[in-house]
Design a binder for this molecule. Structure first.
Ligand SMILES: [Zn+2]
Length: 439
């Protein structure tokens, strides 16, 4: 009886494996599929200068070789994609997105209607549109930094992409995010009402660690923490930001998350909250509007990443002359100075947009213009969205570069992005994992 049952279980297990393999084969091209891309100009994400007339050989979903067209041997039976009049680059990486936000218009209820009125299925349906749009714009990987009240919806969207049901980028997800009492919307309602929040609220290191454990348990690839919340102008016109978690609370989260081999991203504008983020051991500072010299020194020493998300701070300014309007302008000008100082000092800067905070109709690649306007070279800006972002995600050699062994995430534009970075807003060819999504 016992043997029979074991045998039956074994059969079921074998069947499961067979089914799993069949599904996997549907997702990515099989290793027998060979595709060759002829690239007029190739920016590989690693080198400092482009190369002309290159051939990329792709077997299945990985790059097998990259070399000069003159000496290249095109395997028999290979499908050839002619991009000899284009510039070919690695698939781009946006390290700060919100697929569950849609740049909510305050006139239509703004952020709050998401949580108060929209069924989760409606928000998930719109998230599938966000991810498809990102992929079609050439962003083959996103670090999505929290669902804004949509719980673990990002884990579900990631599963649907990975299993081939919907088109979308590789996702690194943060799930619910963490802040403190008084540290996140919904707010401004009658105190008698217990309102839902856009993040998981914790108070004290025990609750903080528990929230991290829950989120990691349910599939978070990163933990997102809000270290500052409201901001306003102080008596002397300086930007002031309300700090949220204490160092003790943050340390509990960082310790727990690092134990799982994962990292912590901290939203931090400046002042006390930013310094607590660094003292608590955050791995990446998000936004960092006001980086003073000691913060920059500490970031260098600790190897902290900086994801500035510039473009979003140039949208939706309140009218000039109003307190909010003046604050919005001060945010942008302080941010520009912080960015320049950090870049000069050699802080590791990655491309991130906070899209979702802006409508998904905004070109994601617009951030490249902001980075270069503030003095970053076009090649360095491209690296911030390719190899440097791959480092942040601990995916070195796998994504963000066109080199043997990497996943075949390949995009192409017509023209030279090193001469005109705005060309990256018009991606004409997209391949992810060896599959063509746009041509
Ligand atoms: Zn954000």
């Amino acid at each position: 009886m016992r043997t029979l049952r074991s045998l039956l279980l074994l059969c079921v297990a074998v069947l499961c494996v067979a089914v799993a393999i069949a599904v996997a084969q549907e997702k990515a091209p099989s290793s027998a599929t060979v595709t060759v891309i002829r690239a007029g100009t190739l920016i590989d994400g690693k080198s400092d200068s482009p190369r002309r007339d290159q051939v990329i050989v792709i077997r299945g979903n990985r790059i097998e070789s990259v070399g000069d067209a003159s000496g290249a041997k095109i395997p028999a039976g290979a499908a050839v994609i002619d991009l000899s009049h284009s510039t070919v680059l690695p698939g781009l990486i946006d390290s700060h997105t919100h697929i569950f936000l849609q740049g909510e218009d305050p006139a239509q209820g703004g952020y709050d209607v998401n949580i108060l009125k929209y069924p989760l299925a409606y928000r998930a349906a719109r998230a599938t549109v966000s991810v498809r749009r990102a992929l079609e714009e050439g962003f083959t990987t996103l670090r999505d930094l929290e669902t804004e009240g949509a719980g673990y919806g990002d884990v579900g969207i990631k599963m649907a992409i990975n299993e081939g049901y919907i088109p979308g980028p590789r996702l690194f997800v943060a799930t619910r995010a963490i802040s403190t009492t008084g540290g996140y919307p919904l707010e401004g309602y009658a105190p008698e009402l217990v309102m839902p929040k856009g993040v998981q609220i914790v108070d004290g290191p025990v609750e903080a660690r528990k929230a991290a454990r829950e989120q990691l348990d349910h599939g978070a690839d990163w933990i997102k923490v809000y270290m500052t919340h409201r901001s306003w102008l102080g008596k002397n016109g300086e930007l002031v930001s309300q700090p949220t978690l204490t160092v003790e609370e943050l340390k509990a989260i960082v310790d727990e998350t690092h134990g799982w081999g994962k990292k912590v991203a901290c939203h931090a504008y400046g002042g006390l909250g930013l310094h607590r983020a660094l003292d608590g051991g955050c791995d990446s500072i998000e936004h960092g509007l006001e980086l003073d010299d000691s913060a920059i020194q500490q970031m260098l020493k600790q190897g902290t990443w900086y994801c500035p998300t510039l473009a979003v701070y140039y949208t939706d300014w309140a009218p000039a002359g109003t307190p909010d309007g003046e604050r919005d302008r001060k945010r942008a000008s302080d941010h520009a100075e912080s960015f320049k100082k950090a870049m000069k000092a050699g802080v590791k800067i990655v491309f991130g947009t906070d899209i979702g905070g802006m409508p998904w109709t905004t070109p994601i690649a617009e951030e490249f213009s902001r980075l270069t306007e503030l003095g970053m070279s076009p090649m360095d800006a491209i690296k911030s969205a390719t190899t440097r972002a791959a480092d942040l995600l601990e995916m070195q050699g796998e994504i963000g570069e066109l080199a043997p062994g990497a996943y075949a995430d390949v995009i192409a534009v017509s023209g030279d992005p090193l001469q005109n970075i705005k060309i990256l807003e018009n991606v004409q060819f997209v391949m992810k994992d060896g599959k063509i999504f746009k041509q």
